[in-house]
Design a protein around this ligand. Structure first.
Ligand code: NAP
Length: 355
């Protein structure tokens, strides 16, 4: 594994060490992100290859991303580098009986072109079936070696513990939305993971770009994922002014971009890894470089306080604004730059039901 001096790894005992910054690949082949054919066919591969070169090991995908496209693109991109990668995918737990779980794991492995899934995650808690239904299937997959570690996603702390009981061994990780725009896990999941030797995988750590500084009331991202993310409403951009100000200050003190400071905040706990998505190699490089930033206690606390003061308009109250914004938008993707080569500027999260 390349030692860049930048990438750091979690201290949990896994077959391949898990990098503190990984790569989320929902974007690969996804119509919702709208990055187009050149991204799906070339840029995504270049992003994965550069990530591997830099020592990134954790790559996250799911069977539903682009209906299998993400798994296929990622699988092709890691070919020849399988032993340098900690490969994580997810099952959407519809009718999660053991034969179904086994068939779906085989299908994911096939799309990825691998004989083993390092981490197989339950994408969402199924409200109808307790984890005693899905975990026997997961256990059998571990027994035959198709699955290394079992994980969950979008689980509460209680349900994570219940899942572990149902599996009968560790459920290594819980992948949850965690960022300065969704700081809830800092209060319960993260302390639990620290104390129990488990891992929180932070998804949407940049709140889908809201924390990047790239967007403001006049320059809003234009794709269907973010059209349905209430954070990008002008009213929420305004409400986040205080958070953005502190983020800019902390970033400047480290000669970093707001995106890098936002990632450094998320991964400060030894039990947390983040999986930002990237629309370019430059963003990937910038995100990886964020692992090198060590925030002081008072900086971390100032950011948490600012995050807690930010109250976004969400839920039903955000619907009229989203409808208005959808019909009166001014799309924009201002330019790239930054420490380690990412985007610059300053500029919180909504919900992505299918991600
Ligand atoms: N388990 C779940 O339910 C779930 C849910 C959501 C996501 N996920 C996983 O988590 C991953 C990441 O989450 P996400 O994609 O929702 O959100 P994210 O990582 O917070 O945001 C990714 C977006 O932010 C922008 N960005 C990335 N790096 C940047 C940089 N250095 N400077 C400026 N902008 C930057 C890019 O968009 P632009 O360049 O277009 O602005 C990029 O597509 C996904 O790929 C997926 O693997 C899981």
């Amino acid at each position: 594994m390349a030692d860049t001096g930048l990438v750091r790894y979690l201290k949990v005992d896994t077959t391949t060490p898990i990098s503190k910054i990984g790569l989320g690949t929902w974007q690969f082949g996804s119509k919702q992100w709208g990055y187009g054919k050149p991204y799906a066919e070339q840029e995504s591969r270049a992003i994965v290859r550069r990530a591997i070169e830099l020592g990134v090991t954790l790559f996250d995908t799911a069977e539903i991303y682009g209906r299998g496209s993400s798994e296929r693109i990622l699988g092709a991109a890691i070919a020849g580098h399988r032993d340098q990668v900690f490969l994580a995918t997810k099952i959407l737990p519809i009718a999660p009986l053991p034969p179904v779980v086994q068939q779906r794991a085989v299908a994911s492995a096939d799309r990825l072109g691998v004989s083993r899934l390092d981490l197989y995650q339950v994408h969402q808690p199924n409200p109808l079936f307790p984890d005693t239904v899905i975990m026997p299937g997961m256990r059998a997959l571990q027994r035959i070696g198709l699955v290394g570690e079992v994980g969950v996603s979008n689980y509460s702390l209680d349900r994570w513990k219940a899942a572990e009981k149902a599996l009968g061994s560790r459920v290594l990780s819980n992948q949850v939305r965690y960022s300065l725009a969704a700081a809830g896990p800092a209060a319960d999941l993260v302390p639990y993971a620290e104390q129990a030797g488990r891992v929180v995988i932070a998804y949407s750590p940049l709140a889908q770009g809201f924390l990047s500084g790239r967007y403001d009331e006049r320059h809003r991202p234009d794709n269907s994922v973010r059209s349905f993310n209430a954070l990008f409403l002008p009213a929420n951009m305004e409400r986040a002014a205080g958070l953005f100000r502190v983020l800019r200050e902390v970033a400047a003190a480290h000669d970093a971009t707001p995106a890098q400071a936002a990632l450094a905040w998320v991964i400060r706990s030894p039990a947390v890894t983040a999986i930002p998505g990237a629309s370019s190699v430059a963003q990937l490089e910038s995100n990886v470089a964020a692992a090198d930033i060590e925030l002081a206690d008072d900086e971390w606390r100032a950011l948490l306080d600012a995050a807690n003061r930010f109250r976004a308009v969400t839920g039903p109250a955000s619907v009229p604004g989203m409808v208005r914004a959808r019909f009166a938008r001014s799309p924009s993707r201002p330019g790239d730059a930054g420490k380690g080569g990412g985007d610059q500027g300053e500029s919180g999260d909504g919900g992505q039901p299918d991600a």
